[in-house]
Design a protein around this ligand. Structure first.
Ligand code: PLP
Length: 410
């Protein structure tokens, strides 16, 4: 088992260690919840203050023209694109993830008019399942949505399947699916593929171009650190641009919004997926947050992420043998950037850790979830987090009566 000194040495040799200074994090806090809400970066704060003071307060309505507000969804989309392996013009920042999934599901269904089934993963995040089911009901023709066990996907891929929607990294277990392999199998069956990248973007290398992904959407408040309720992003592969229709057309997705024409004519490219006025302050917050990725490759982030999660698993198993069931895959190719541990008193354990300054989260019914973000976490943080976990269990702090009632957000 590695010692604290070993971890100090790993931190000394870590090329990403200095990145922590980009983040506003209280000294001593061990933040293992960037997979839920990433922390504030200094650049985000500066960018938001500049948007308020220099653009809104000073420029007022003129800033739509002079500060590039109108182009913000595609400008910041282009900036985000390399993180998922997309090309310029394929990514739009807008709305929120669930809304974007709804747009893409309905749009994609129109492209397979002879087919009548949407497949989703029964273990997916509930919002994805709600929206897929509801869009299937509103598709304008009979569509059935089937929530399946994703391991049986190949058996379910019949000739009636129009669209498959999967989340690339399982929010509960941290299991990562094979982006290119699954997409190829779905295409082989003549269906379209829509990926949810909520727990992937900024956490693991993605290459939608090489994987031949049709459509994807993600959020920016987790590993991209854009702030609570930050806008989502969507990816539409170039071959579908001008082909797939935005089912929620609005004036700013029009080719000439300021001609105020009665007839809708979609703008070229991914801009057609804009419905409403862009949330400029929030998009600029994302723009600032993306500075933290400048000059770093996703491969560097991935290498450190795997080293951190390997270390966490090793230490938990050495220090607390048998106490938890590891639900995250051990194989690197199937593991993203979080580790989930099952324990029947998981809620109390997470609360007791938070009281000690180690922030993870709880996912019902019995999962302790820990996210590892290489841009601001060090190896000693991992070591200390495990020592806190040992102390919580040894002293039964998780059984404190204060944790008998769950908070609304867990
Ligand atoms: C996998 C997944 N899909 C969808 C969502 C919902 O995102 P939003 O609230 O931006 O619609 C989340 C939120 O955490 C998520 O983890």
């Amino acid at each position: 088992m590695r010692t604290r000194d070993d971890c100090l040495e790993l931190d000394r040799r870590d090329g990403l260690a200095a990145r922590r200074d980009a983040f506003v994090l209280a000294p001593g806090l061990i933040y293992l919840d960037g997979n839920s809400l990433g922390p504030l970066t200094r650049s985000t704060r500066e960018r938001v203050v500049a948007t308020l003071d220099d653009e809104w307060a000073t420029g007022l309505v003129r800033s739509w023209n002079t500060a590039g507000w109108m182009a913000a969804p595609t400008r910041v989309g282009d900036r985000l694109a390399p993180l998922i392996g997309a090309r310029p013009g394929e990514v739009l920042v807008a709305d929120t993830l669930t809304i974007l999934l709804a747009k893409l599901i309905l749009g994609a269904l129109d492209l397979r008019p002879e087919r009548s089934v949407v497949l989703g993963d029964a273990a997916n995040f509930h919002s994805d399942l709600y929206v897929a089911e509801a869009m299937a009901r509103r598709a304008g023709r009979p569509i059935s949505f089937r929530a399946i066990d994703r391991d049986t996907l190949d058996d379910e891929l019949g000739e009636d399947v129009a669209l498959v929607m999967l989340t690339h990294v399982d929010y509960r277990t941290g299991e990562m699916l094979d982006l290119a392999g699954v997409t190829a199998r779905v295409h082989g069956a003549g269906a379209l593929m829509l990926w949810d990248f909520a727990h992937s973007t900024g956490a693991v290398p993605l290459d939608v171009t090489a994987a031949d992904v049709d459509f994807a959407a993600g959020c920016t408040y987790k590993y991209l650190n854009a702030g609570p309720g930050a806008p989502g992003f969507l990816y539409v592969r170039d071959r579908f641009q001008g082909v797939i229709e935005n089912p929620l057309p609005g004036w700013l997705g029009h080719a000439r919004p300021f001609d105020f024409e009665r007839r809708y004519e979609p703008a070229a490219g991914v801009q057609a997926f804009v419905t409403s006025s862009p949330s400029v302050i929030a998009i600029n917050a994302l723009d600032g947050a993306l500075d933290a990725f400048d000059g770093v490759t996703m491969d560097e982030i991935r290498a450190k992420s795997l080293a951190l999660t390997d270390l966490f698993i090793e230490l938990v198993e050495a220090r607390l043998p048998g106490a938890f069931t590891l639900v995250t895959p051990r194989e690197h190719v199937r593991r993203a950037s979080q580790v989930s541990l099952r324990h029947e008193e998981a809620y109390g354990i997470i609360q007791a850790l938070i009281a000690r300054g180690v922030v993870g989260d709880f996912r019902a019914p019995d999962v302790c979830r820990f996210g590892f973000t290489p841009l601001y976490l060090g190896f000693v943080d991992v070591y200390d987090a495990v020592e806190h976990l040992v102390a919580v269990l040894e002293r039964a702090e998780h059984r404190d009566a204060a944790y008998a009632t769950r908070n609304p957000v867990t």
